[in-house]
Design a protein around this ligand. Sequence first.
Ligand code: SF4
Length: 259
Amino acid sequence: MFSVRAGGGDVRVVYSPLDAVALAEKNPDKQVVFFAIGFETTAPPNVMSVLQAQRLGLKNFSILVSHVRVPPAVNTILGSPSNRVQGFLLAGHVCAIMGYWEYPPLAEKFRTPMAVTGFEPLDIVQGILKAVQLLEEGRVEVSNAYPRAVTLEGLKPAQAAIQRVFMECDHKWRGIGMIPMSGWRLRPEFDEFNAEKRFDVGSVRAEESPLCIAGEILQGLKKPHHCPAFGKECTPERPLGATMVSSEGACAAYYKYKG
Ligand code: SF4
C-alpha cells in the first residue's frame, strides 16, 4: 500500500466497507474501488456495501472481489494423497457467519475430527483439547468448542445477503492452486459494481514467489522455518506469501514467537 501511495496512488484504509461507500458518495468525481477480500467472515459487510451503493444509486463505487470459502479447501487438503492433517480447528469467525453444518460430511468422508474454535487464548486451548479428545477416543465428529458465538446453522440473514450478491466460483489459492467452487464472485446482475468489469482488469493475476512454500505449510507438510526465505527475503513487513501476511498466519506466528 505504501509503495503505491509513494507512486501517487490514492489508497486509503477504511474501518468498514460502508466507509468506502460514504467516500464514493462524498466524492462523485472519483472512482472508489474497495478491495473485498477474505474468507466467509468478511463477506456480509462486503455484500452490504454493494447493496448500499445500489440503494444510493452510486455510479462511482465498485468492489474488487477475492473471496474464498473454507469447506472446499478442507476437502482439497484432506483429499490430497500427501495429506498429514489428522484433525481440524475450524475458525470460529467463519463458523459464526456460516454455521458448521457443512463440516460433518467432510469429517465423515475423511474420518477426521474437527473442533469449532474461537480466537481468545483459552478458546484455542479449548479447541485443541476437544480435537485431541476426539482423536484419542476415535470419534469422528465436529465438536463446537465456541458455542457462545457459533451455532450449527450460523447467521441466516447474513447467508441470505451473501447468496443474493455473490455466486460460487473456482478460485486459485496461493501456494495450493485452483480449488473448484472455493471462491465467490459478484452475480452478473451486480456487474455495474464489479471493478474487474468496470476497469477491465479481470485477467491480471499476481505472480507467486518461487521461494515460497506456503502451500506445503498450509497442508502440514513443512514448517515455516523450513522455508529458505523465512525471516530473510520474507518478513511480516515484506511478506512473500499468504501465511506471512496476517498475524494468525503460520509464518507470521513463527516469526513473532520463534524468531
Ligand atoms: S516464510 Fe514467506 S516465503 Fe516462506 S513459506 Fe512463509 S510466506 Fe512463503
